[in-house]
Ligand binder design. Structure first.
Ligand SMILES: Nc1nc2c(c(=O)[nH]1)N[C@H]1C(S)=C(S)[C@@H](COP(=O)(O)O)O[C@H]1N2
Ligand SMILES: [Mo]
Length: 460
């Protein structure tokens, strides 16, 4: 591996030709990275083109900018490393629960430098730029706590159903976990994801623009099953109130129509194990397609009622200021949206040539039907490949081949869902929603690749 290659991999393997800073790079850093890259790469780029000219069978798009150098003179292949000669570590010598490689230590959820953080009200963002596929590892799932998080003793946790029911019920965790369960992949997006972009403050990285979304496999009991056990009045009961057990008094109204569809889960499992404490251990509500705040953590009570509850988190917060000065309430659904995660803000492309543009798309209304990608600020669009599985109300991964010619490029993605809804531009979104909103920003994101390879957040 050449010098610049080593440097790239210090960060993470998630982008071989890309320097992905943990936060953002200073100007001086960018210059060093780009200079070193040029130094280290001139030689092997030449040999790569020579190989192509000699008729090496690589796909055309890769041949235009093949980043893989011809071998020769590299100590890392000429000398046997320690790990090929000695004894490796024994099983579980690092503890009974596996951890990521120490070389991936920079892949972290992070708090935004621009946001005031207190224990009581805090956010950490998922490192979307470093993730593959559609599942967010539980340890990197974003966090949003209105009152800090708790590690609740499951043997003492109780879940109650009351209100318009024949028999109010109190369940222990054991009683819930012996019922029939389902497992489903769904995204959860905080309604305030991408909020800062309403004000065009150009938050520097995709972690901070879009990192309040994650996608997991959740396991739990459909809420409808529990309501039936309590003899809920499913005809006159039009809404339920979901209440959490932490000090934030998190209470949200959920329409019965969502529950009747069987989609809403009382979940205890996340990615094959119990929920993480930060994500609501031992019990949380899963409300597919709906904004994160309704996914009540530390779930302790469901009340069946016939009207929306207009709780503090529905009357004061999570309302959308409209252009005419009125507030829109109960705008729960997360509409169709996508973002390119590489190349994205704060990364630096170390050379021209081939890149895999990759990103995520989702819709609270169902499946993603297609994603178009532009590299010229929205003038021309090419359809990206959607990677399987494409699941309803889950993240969908897309990829597109791209050869960067070294000139400035504006990269965008535009998702369309199965209902035909097309992700709007900022101009279209602001025309309908105004300019002073906080929540539900699903506009097309633009990343400007500058001539020096530095990628910046811009709005066009
Ligand atoms: N009990 C409780 N539930 C809660 C919250 C909370 O602070 N307390 N935060 C809500 C918000 S605003 C979001 S976006 C999601 C965040 O879930 P996560 O921390 O698992 O990502 O949980 C929701 N449920
Ligand atoms: Mo949220």
């Amino acid at each position: 591996m050449n010098k610049s290659g080593d440097r790239v991999n210090q960060e993470s393997l998630a982008g071989r030709l890309i320097k992905a800073p943990e936060n953002f790079l200073s100007r001086a850093d960018i210059k060093t990275v780009v200079d070193e890259a040029k130094e280290g790469r001139r030689g092997f780029i030449r040999s790569a083109f020579a190989a192509v000219a000699a008729g090496a069978a690589v796909p055309a798009v890769l041949a235009q900018g093949n980043p893989v150098p011809a071998s020769g003179g590299d100590d890392n292949i000429l000398n046997l490393p320690e790990h090929s000669k000695g004894l490796g570590k024994s099983v579980a010598s690092d503890g009974g629960y596996g951890k990521p490689s120490k070389f991936e230590a920079n892949v972290q959820r992070r708090q935004s430098p621009g946001l005031t953080q207190t224990t009581q009200a805090s956010v950490s963002f998922a490192p979307l730029q470093s993730l593959f596929g559609i599942v967010t590892p539980s340890g990197l799932h974003f966090e949003r706590h209105h009152q800090g998080w708790w590690d609740i003793d499951p043997s003492k946790h109780r879940f109650m159903i009351n209100g318009m029911v024949k028999t109010p019920k109190v369940f222990t965790m054991d009683e819930i976990m012996r019922l029939p369960t389902v497992s489903r992949f769904h995204f959860m997006e905080c309604g305030a994801n991408t909020a800062a972009e309403w004000g065009n403050v150009a938050v520097p990285t995709v972690q901070y623009t879009h990192g309040m979304i994650s996608c997991s496999e959740f396991t739990g009991v459909p809420l409808i099953t529990l309501l039936e056990l309590a003899g809920a009045d499913l005809k006159n009961g039009k809404f339920v109130l979901a209440e959490g057990a932490d000090g934030s008094s998190m209470t949200r109204t959920i329409p019965m129509s969502l529950i009747l569809s069987g989609e809403v889960l009382v979940a205890f499992g996340q990615n094959g194990e119990m929920l993480r404490p930060e994500n609501g251990y031992p019990l949380r509500l899963v409300v597919p397609g709906v904004q994160g705040v309704s996914w009540v953590k530390y779930l302790r009570r469901i009340e069946v009622g016939d009207m929306p509850y207009a709780t503090k988190d529905e009357a004061i917060h999570y309302i959308d200021l409209q252009p005419d000065g009125q507030h829109r309430q109960y705008s729960n659904l997360q509409e169709c949206k996508s973002v390119v995660t590489t190349p994205s803000g704060g990364q630096v492309l170390l050379d021209k040539g081939f890149y895999n543009i990759t990103g995520l798309a989702w819709s609270g209304k169902g499946k993603v039907k297609k994603v178009d990608v532009s590299v010229d600020g929205g003038r021309n669009w090419r359809q990206a490949r959607l990677e399987t599985p494409v699941l309803t109300k889950a993240l969908t991964r897309f990829n597109l081949d791209w050869v960067w010619d070294g000139k400035p490029a504006i990269i965008q993605s535009r998702a369309t869902d199965e209902t035909g809804f097309v992700q709007p531009t900022y101009k279209q979104l602001r025309a309908v929603r105004g300019t002073r909103s906080i929540y539900h920003n699903n506009a097309i994101q633009s990343w400007l690749v500058q001539e020096n390879g530095e990628v910046k957040n811009v709005q066009v």
